[in-house]
Design a protein around this ligand. Structure first.
Ligand code: B12
Ligand code: SF4
Ligand code: SF4
Length: 380
C-alpha cells in the first residue's frame, strides 16, 4: 500500500499553482447519487446527460481507477478584472468561467499533483468537468466549501468564483479534511436574484429554468425566458454575483487583469455574420448543443432582440447592420435561426422585415416558424 502525507500533498498543490485543495477518501458519493435520482425523477435535470446520465458511475470514484483510495480536489479561481472592450456593439455578455480556458489550466495543474503521486509509485487519474465524477460532491467532502443555496460550492475565504477538479489515486492520504459547515444561514440573495426562479427551492436547481442550461440546450429557446436572457450569450453569473463572500472579495481582493485574448463579451453582429467554420473555430471550446452553430446564432438573436437599440444604431449607421443580419437570419435555411430572427425583429420593432422575408401561407411554412409568427412578442 502506498501512502502520502497531507503535508506533501499541500506542498505539491501549492507548487502546482492550485488556489485551494482538499483531500477525501474514495468512498461513493451516496448523497449526490440520491439527489441526482430525486432530480431526475422530478424532471429537474431537463434531460441533461453529464453526471445525470450514469449516476452509478459518476458517484463512484472506483469506476475511474481500480483500487482508488483517495481524492485530491483542487480549485482554480477565475475572478478577473475586466478590461473595457472596444466600443462597437451591440454586444453580449459571456459568463466569467469561460473568459479564459480555466478548465485547461486547472487540468495542467492537477496533472502536476498526479505526477508527484506517480513518482512515489501510486496510480493517479485527473478528472474535471467530466460526466464520470461529481466534482462538487468531492470538493464538499474534501472540505473546500459548503453547498450554497445556489447549489455552487463556496467558502468565506474563496467565494465561489472557482472551477473544480480531482486527482483520484490508489495512494492512502491521511487524515483527510472534513466537510465545511453551512455558511449561508438566513441569506437568500441568490434565490431572489435568479431571473427565472430556477432556485425557488433552496439548494435545488431547476435546470428547466436555468439560463446557464437553456443556452446549452438544443431546440427552441423557451419563449417565457427570452426576455430574462437579457444580454447573455453563454452562461449566467447572477446567482454568484450577489453572493456576499464574492461581493466582499470584490471589494477587498485584487485580482489579475483578464488576458488580452480573453472573450468577455461578443460583438453580436459580427457573430451573426460569421460562417459555421468561423464560429466553430472561435467558440468550439464552448458546449454548443450538438456542436451545431445555429444554436449559438439562436442565443445571439435572442440577445440581439434584448439589447440592440435600433434608433441609436440607426444614428450610428449601425441600424443598417442590424437589419442586414436580421434579413440574413430570416432567410436562413435553418428553421431555428428563422424562428428566433422573427422574435428578434419584432422585439426591435422591425416587423416589416418579417413580412418581407417570411412569405407563404401557414401550410407551406415549418410549424416552428408558424408558432413564432403566432407568438406575441414583448416590445422594448
Ligand atoms: C450539470 C452541470 C451544470 C448544469 C446543472 C447544474 C446543477 N446545479 O446541477 C448547468 C448547465 C445548469 C450548470 C450551470 C453552471 N455550472 Co455547472 N456543472 C454541471 C456538472 C457537469 C454536473 C453537476 C452535477 O453533478 N449536478 C448534480 C447535482 C445533484 O449536484 P449539485 O448541483 O452539486 O447538488 C448538490 C447540492 O444541491 C446539495 N444539496 C441538495 N439539496 C440541498 C439543499 C440545500 C438547502 C443545500 C444548501 C444544498 C443541497 O447536494 C447535492 C449533491 O451533492 C458539473 C461538473 C461535474 N462533473 O461535476 C459542473 C459544475 C457544477 N458547474 C460549474 C459552474 C462553474 C457552473 C456555472 C457557474 C457556469 C455559469 N456561470 O453559467 C453555472 C452555475 C449554475 C448553478 N447555480 O449551479 C462548476 C461549479 C464550481 C463551484 N464553485 O461550485 C462545476 C463543478 C464544474 C467544475 N468542474 O468546476 N452546470
Ligand atoms: S445561473 Fe442564472 S438562471 Fe441559473 S440559477 Fe443561477 S441566476 Fe438562475
Ligand atoms: S447568495 Fe447567500 S444564500 Fe446564496 S449561496 Fe451565497 S451566501 Fe448562500
Amino acid at each position: 500500500m502506498i501512502t502520502a502525507a497531507l503535508d506533501d500533498v499541500a506542498r505539491w498543490a501549492a507548487a502546482a499553482g492550485l488556489d485551494a485543495h482538499g483531500v477525501t477518501d474514495a468512498a461513493p458519493f451516496d448523497e449526490a447519487r440520491m439527489r441526482i435520482d430525486e432530480r431526475k425523477a422530478a424532471g429537474l435535470h431537463a434531460g441533461m446527460y453529464f453526471t445525470y446520465g450514469k449516476p452509478e458511475r459518476s458517484t463512484d470514484p472506483t469506476h475511474l481507477l481500480d483500487g482508488a483510495r483517495s481524492i485530491v480536489v483542487g480549485a482554480l479561481l477565475y475572478r478577473r478584472d475586466r478590461v473595457e472592450q472596444m466600443p462597437g456593439g451591440p454586444r453580449a455578455a459571456v459568463a466569467r468561467y469561460v473568459w479564459e480556458p480555466y478548465y485547461d489550466q486547472l487540468h495542467d495543474r492537477l496533472e502536476v499533483v498526479a505526477a508527484e503521486l506517480r513518482s512515489i509509485g501510486a496510480a493517479a487519474v485527473v478528472v474535471l468537468d467530466d460526466n464520470r465524477m461529481v466534482d462538487r460532491a468531492a470538493a464538499y467532502r474534501a472540505g473546500l466549501g459548503w453547498f450554497g443555496k445556489n447549489t455552487n460550492l463556496l467558502s468565506d475565504d474563496l467565494g465561489s468564483w472557482f472551477v473544480l477538479g480531482s486527482v483520484v489515486t490508489d495512494a492512502v492520504i491521511e487524515p483527510a479534511n472534513t466537510p465545511m459547515a453551512d455558511g449561508c444561514r438566513s441569506c437568500n440573495r441568490c434565490q431572489v436574484a435568479c431571473p427565472t426562479g430556477a432556485l425557488d427551492t433552496a439548494g435545488v436547481l431547476d435546470a428547466r429554468r436555468c439560463l446557464a442550461w437553456l443556452v446549452q440546450a438544443a431546440g427552441t429557446f423557451p419563449p417565457q425566458f427570452r426576455e430574462a436572457l437579457g444580454d447573455r450569450i453563454y452562461g449566467c453569473d447572477d446567482c454568484q454575483a450577489v453572493c456576499p463572500p464574492n461581493v466582499r472579495d470584490e471589494r477587498t481582493r485584487s485580482v489579475p487583469v483578464v488576458a488580452d485574448d480573453a472573450t468577455t463579451t461578443v460583438d453580436l453582429l459580427e457573430l451573426l455574420r460569421s460562417s459555421d467554420d468561423e464560429l466553430t473555430a472561435q467558440y468550439g471550446q464552448w458546449y454548443i448543443p450538438r456542436r451545431r452553430p445555429e444554436y449559438l446564432r439562436r442565443n445571439a438573436l435572442v440577445a440581439l432582440g434584448n439589447v440592440a437599440e435600433p434608433r441609436r444604431e440607426l444614428a450610428n449607421g449601425r441600424g443598417a447592420d442590424v437589419d442586414e443580419v436580421l434579413v440574413r437570419m430570416l432567410q436562413s435555411k435553418h428553421v431555428v435561426e428563422v424562428g428566433h430572427a422573427i422574435w428578434a425583429a419584432r422585439r426591435l420593432g422591425r416587423d416589416e422585415l418579417v413580412s418581407r422575408c417570411v412569405t407563404g401561407g401557414t401550410a407551406s411554412l415549418d410549424p416552428a416558424i408558424v408558432a413564432e409568427l403566432d407568438r406575441s412578442v414583448p416590445s422594448r
